[in-house]
Design a protein around this ligand. Structure first.
Ligand code: KG4
Ligand code: ZN
Length: 333
C-alpha cells in the first residue's frame, strides 16, 4: 500500500511517500523557521502564505524522490487537526485536489497520532505502551493498548513544554525556536539556580509549566533590575533539569502503573538531548523508543505511517468535505 502524506499544521511544509506503513520512500520537509525567526515566533498568516507557495513543489519532489508513478498511490493522508487553521487548510485542499485529479481517496489524520507513529519508522511498537508526547502545543501521556487505540492519561493544565522552552529562550534573547538552543546551552552550564519542579508529586499525570516559566522570567527580571550577572548557560541547565525531571518521573510512574512493555517519546521536544538521556537512564525494565531527531519535529512521513494503521483498523476513508480544525482531542481511534 502506497500512501502520499501531507503535513502543513504549523511552519513546516512536508510531503512523504510511505510504503506498507513502514518504508519511507521519501520525506520532503521545507521549513519556514528562518522566516518566522524574524518575528520571534510563528505568524499564522505568514505560515499559510508560504505553505501555498511551497506545497505543489514539495508534493512533486516527494513523488519524484520516491521513484514512483502517481498511479501507484493508493490514497492521500493529510493532517486534519490540531494546528493553525489557515496552515492546515492549505494541506487539506492540496490533498483533496490531488485525490480528485487522480481519483483516489483521502484520509485525515490527527497530528499527535503522527508524532506517536514516528516511532514505528525505526522501532517496532510493542503493546501495551505509554507515550510521552511533547511539542510546541502538546504535553500529554497517552496509553495505547494496541495499534490505533489511544487513551489520554494526563496532560498539561497550562503551557506545553515546547512553549515554555520558546518563552524562556525569548526572555534570554536566544531567538526562535528556543528548544534547540536552550538544550545546547544547558549542556554547557551547571544546575545552580533553584527552580520549581511543578506537579512532581501532585495530580498523578497532570503537568503544569507556566509556574516554572514565570519563575525563570522573574529570576531574569530581578537580576537585571539589580544589575546582577545572569549566567545564561546555568539558567538553561537549571530549567532543563526541572523540566526533564518532571517529564521522566511521570512517564516512568505511568509505565509502572499501567504495566506497559514499551515507553515511547514523541514530538518536537523529544529531540531534546537532556530528555533523551535522562529517559534512557531511568527506564530500565522497559523497552524505550525515541525517534531520531529528523522524525521528532513535524514531518509528513509520520502522518503516512499513522494513516496506514488508522486505515488497517477502521477500513474507511474521509469524504471530500473533510475540514481542518484548530483543536480536537486525540480520538479513541
Ligand atoms: O512537534 P513540533 O515540531 O511542532 C509542534 O507540533 O508543536 O515541536 C516544536 C517544538 C518547539 O517548541 C521547539 O522549541 C521544540 O519543539 N524543540 C525542542 C528541541 N527541538 C525542538 N525543545 C527542547 N529541546 C530541543 N532540542
Ligand atoms: Zn508537531
Amino acid at each position: 500500500m502506497i500512501i502520499l502524506a501531507i503535513e502543513t499544521s504549523c511552519d513546516e511544509t512536508s510531503a512523504a511517500v510511505v510504503k506498507d506503513g513502514k518504508e519511507i520512500l521519501s520525506n520532503v520537509v521545507v521549513s519556514q523557521m528562518d522566516i518566522h525567526k524574524e518575528f520571534g515566533g510563528v505568524v499564522p498568516e505568514v505560515a499559510s502564505r508560504h505553505h501555498v507557495t511551497s506545497i505543489t513543489k514539495v508534493i512533486d519532489s516527494a513523488i519524484e524522490q520516491a521513484s514512483i508513478n502517481t498511479k501507484d498511490i493508493d490514497f492521500v493522508a493529510v493532517t486534519k487537526s490540531p494546528g493553525l487553521i489557515g496552515a492546515l487548510l492549505v494541506g487539506i485542499n492540496a490533498a483533496k485536489a490531488f485525490a480528485l485529479a487522480n481519483k483516489i481517496p483521502i484520509l485525515g489524520v490527527h497530528h499527535i497520532k503522527g508524532h506517536i507513529y514516528a516511532n514505528q519508522i525505526e522501532n517496532e511498537m510493542k503493546f501495551p505502551l505509554v507515550s510521552l508526547v511533547v511539542s510546541g502545543g502538546h504535553t500529554e501521556l497517552i496509553y495505547m493498548e494496541k495499534h490505533n487505540s489511544f487513551k489520554q492519561i494526563g496532560s498539561t493544565l497550562d503551557d506545553a513544554v515546547g512553549e515554555a522552552y520558546d518563552k524562556v529562550a525569548r526572555v534570554l534573547g536566544l531567538g526562535y525556536p528556543g528548544g534547540p538552543i536552550v538544550d545546547k546551552l544547558a549542556h554547557q552550564g551547571d544546575i545552580t539556580y533553584d527552580l520549581p519542579k511543578p506537579y512532581l508529586n501532585k495530580d498523578e499525570f497532570e503537568f503544569s509549566f507556566s509556574g516554572l516559566k514565570s519563575a525563570v522570567i522573574n529570576l531574569i527580571h530581578n537580576a537585571r533590575q539589580r544589575n546582577e550577572e545572569i549566567r545564561v548557560n546555568d539558567v538553561c541547565a537549571s530549567f532543563q533539569d526541572s523540566v526533564t525531571d518532571v517529564l521522566v518521573y511521570k512517564t516512568i510512574k505511568a509505565a509502572n502503573k499501567f504495566n506497559v512493555k514499551q515507553i515511547i517519546v514523541a514530538g518536537g521536544v523529544a529531540a531534546n538531548k537532556g530528555l533523551r538521556s535522562k529517559m534512557k537512564e531511568n527506564s530500565s525494565g522497559f523497552d524505550l523508543a525515541i525517534p531520531s531527531i529528523k522524525y521528532c519535529t513535524d514531518n509528513a512521513a509520520m502522518i503516512g505511517i499513522a494513516a496506514y494503521y488508522q486505515y488497517q483498523d477502521l477500513n474507511n476513508y474521509d469524504k471530500m468535505d473533510l475540514n481542518g480544525k484548530p483543536y480536537t482531542e486525540l480520538d479513541k481511534y
